[in-house]
Design a protein around this ligand. Structure first.
Ligand code: NAD
Ligand code: SER
Length: 324
């Protein structure tokens, strides 16, 4: 018998997705029922000011155990991770945080009979050798980045815990996430966020990817909706568990720059690809998310034009207020 979500722990809560997911979960489940956690003690971040916050290192299972007991946690959204660009510079750190962190969370999930564990995956699970467009749900997973290796292994580990221990574990393969609240933490798709900040502040961006690099992307409100919708879906309706493809939009830096110019006509961009180009080249341009649509009614709300308009409005307001 699957239990309801009542008391939530979010790991990696000070990150790009965590800061907005915590707020959304607190609005839904109540401030005191959502415990944010991350490495930094006493952060000035809103999620730590507005509700419960714990210092928790996911590589230390005792930190997780202590927090589960302290708050009687029944659900974990496990967001703590090292992303692709930082992971390529420090592969051992990436392996340690992403693999040991995830198995620690899963073990605690089994030990304390948690109702649910949500572990995001990524488009980084793919490598060269899959179709560039509309990559199907079931496809070859041969990533070339350490981050991708940990994401494939993480998906397999989660499915193993579902089958071996009956743990209700769910996950989805996020595309690059675009948002205006917290800067991204060191990924290859970060250009699609930085470009907006630089456009608003300097009308200029020096892009670290080639102009024609096509990648799948998603706006944060859709990312939050997908995460919560999957977490709340009826387990009996799920044929997949830890590896749902979710798609929203696909564009290149050049297409995004053209879209920004519809609002900021003088915006200029240069392209100086660095080591992240190789990572981006190994990822697909678009993915087929029909399993997510069929099994838990996934349907994104934003497209390139509505996302760009909203990002520019939000960041222009922040810039005028002197916040960025
Ligand atoms: P982020 O880098 O912005 O945040 C990660 C957080 O984890 C940081 O606040 C960091 O301090 C924390 N952290 C690092 N090591 C830790 C440790 N040992 N213990 C506890 N916390 C630790 O990442 P994000 O973008 O918010 O990503 C969240 C999840 O979504 C990750 O699993 C990531 O792989 C996945 N994802 C993100 C994107 C994206 O575009 N943002 C795309 C695909 C998948
Ligand atoms: N945005 C992430 C990254 O670039 C994709 O998982 O690492």
């Amino acid at each position: 018998m699957k239990r309801d979500i009542k008391k939530i722990l979010v790991t990696g809560a000070l990150g790009q997705i965590g800061t907005e997911l915590v707020t959304a979960l607190r609005n839904k489940y109540g401030i005191e029922n959502v415990i944010a956690s991350d490495l930094r003690p006493n952060p000035s971040n809103r999620v730590a000011q507005e509700g419960p916050y714990e210092v928790l290192d996911v590589t230390k299972s005792d930190d997780i155990r202590r927090t589960i007991i302290k708050y009687d946690i029944d659900t974990i959204f496990h967001l703590a991770a090292i992303l692709s660009a930082v992971g390529e510079r420090d592969p051992h750190l990436c392996w340690n945080v992403n693999m040991n962190g995830t198995i620690n969370v899963l073990d605690m999930g089994v030990r304390y009979e948690l109702a649910r564990v949500i572990v995001p995956s990524s488009i980084a699970v793919w490598g060269f050798g899959v179709p560039k467009y509309d990559v199907p749900q079931e496809s070859v997973l041969k990533p070339s980045s350490m981050y991708g290796v940990t994401k494939v292994a993480g998906e397999l580990l989660c499915d193993y815990y579902v089958n071996k221990f009956g743990l209700d574990c769910r996950g989805l393969r996020y595309p690059g996430i675009i948002s205006s609240e917290t800067l991204p933490g060191g990924g290859t798709t970060d250009y699609a966020v930085e470009i907006f900040y630089e456009a608003v502040k300097h009308n200029y961006y020096n892009c670290f990817l080639r102009s024609d690099t096509e990648l799948p992307m998603m706006y944060m409100p859709d990312c939050i909706k997908a995460t919560i919708d999957l977490a709340e879906a009826n387990f009996e309706n799920l044929k997949h568990h830890s590896d749902f493809n979710v798609a929203s939009m696909t564009f290149t830096p050049q297409i995004l720059a053209d879209e920004i110019r519809k609002t900021l006509p003088d915006f200029k961009i240069d392209y100086n690809p660095d080591y992240r180009q190789k990572i981006a080249d190994s990822w697909p341009a678009s993915i087929d998310d029909s399993s997510a649509r069929d099994e838990w009614n996934w349907n994104p709300a934003f497209n390139l034009s509505t996302m760009t308009k909203d990002m520019l409005e939000k960041l222009s307001a922040k810039h005028k207020a002197g916040l960025i």
